[in-house]
Ligand binder design. Structure first.
Ligand code: FAD
Length: 286
């Protein structure tokens, strides 16, 4: 059942910030942007909270979309963006943020939020800035229903698994993805990413069949394939399996890899056609 974005830890966030996790969140942002772009206001001020993958990707896309009208600010509590990324990707992302004129506030925490202002705390000093949209990409929490199951959980509420992806003490229950903590057969902690969940899915399928047919179960081995990030409409960065690439070539490579990873041919055709048609739509429907 994946994970959720916690919105209840800072005053005003649940009421005024837009999380970025579900398709409904994406439509909410789309509508808000459309309304702001059609308004008579001069600048459109956007604050994105969290300089992880989602925050950095969103900041680049929004700064590019809004152009001179946009004032995009990325707020991060720690002292660097993309803490878990390879240096190559972090560097490419920093350059993209700079080129797009995005303000990056490191070591800065959100204190509170109202309908049109955000209070930011930096080294003991609090500044309140006017804002049109706040996007909240920080944190993950496990669904209450998963947390309430009478099974072993870690301190974050994730189910704790054996390397064969069975819930501890319950060999007939398998779990995977964001809602589970797994140390694989090599002792690696499996990251809560689509890449991790996707790989676990094949093992869970296999192990379910094995347990029904009383065959030996396969211990899960996570293969880190690297990471890719979009940094605007035609810019991206990727690092993995000995390859490092950024700029327009990385953008094309990323799209081809995503297309390859789509679950069915139907998805591949729909998404591929959409990508081909998008530039035409942008031209015809300004
Ligand atoms: C904005 C964003 C961008 C991301 N980008 C990347 C990326 O580029 N690469 C990457 O590797 N990872 C990425 N991730 C992480 C990745 O999406 C997750 O790690 C992955 O989807 C986890 O898979 P999952 O199956 O555990 O959960 P999910 O993919 O979230 O699937 C859980 C499903 O369960 C459904 N569900 C929830 N509650 C119920 C219920 N009560 N009843 C029935 N159904 C329910 C949900 O609607 C959802 O469809 C991103 C995450 C976010 C939020």
């Amino acid at each position: 059942m994946g994970s959720e974005t916690p919105l209840d830890r800072i005053p005003g966030v649940a009421e005024y910030a837009i999380p970025f996790r579900t398709i409904v969140d994406a439509y909410r942002l789309k509508e808000k942007l459309r309304a702001l772009e059609q308004s008579n206001g001069d600048k459109i001020r956007i604050v994105i909270v969290g300089a992880g993958y989602s925050g950095v990707e969103l900041a680049c896309k929004l700064a590019e979309r809004l152009g001179d009208r946009g004032r995009v600010r990325l707020v991060e509590a720690t002292d660097q963006i993309l803490r878990t990324s390879p240096e190559f990707n972090r560097h490419a992302a920093s350059q993209a943020l700079e080129q797009l004129g995005i303000f990056v506030d490191l070591e800065t925490k959100v204190e509170s939020l109202t309908a049109d202002a955000i209070a930011l705390e930096y080294r003991g000093q609090v500044d309140t800035l006017p804002v049109d949209v706040v996007l909240w990409t920080v944190g993950t929490k496990i669904a209450p229903v998963v947390q309430s199951l009478p099974l072993k959980h870690n301190e974050r509420g994730q189910l704790v698994l054996t390397p064969t992806l069975q819930v501890i003490d319950h060999p007939n229950i398998f779990a995977l993805g964001d809602s589970a903590e797994c140390i694989d057969a090599e002792g690696q902690k499996v990251p809560t990413t689509a890449q991790g969940a996707f790989q676990q899915a094949e093992y869970v399928g296999w192990n379910l069949w094995s347990s029904i047919t009383e065959k030996p179960l396969l211990p899960f081995r996570y293969q880190a394939l690297g990471e890719m990030m979009t940094l605007g409409k035609e810019n991206a960065t990727l690092a993995g399996l000995g390859v490092k690439l950024d700029g327009p070539f990385a953008h094309i490579a990323r799209r081809l890899i995503y297309l390859y990873r789509m679950p069915t041919l139907d998805h591949q055709i729909k998404v591929g056609l959409n990508w081909i048609m998008q530039p035409l739509r942008d031209l015809l429907l300004p």
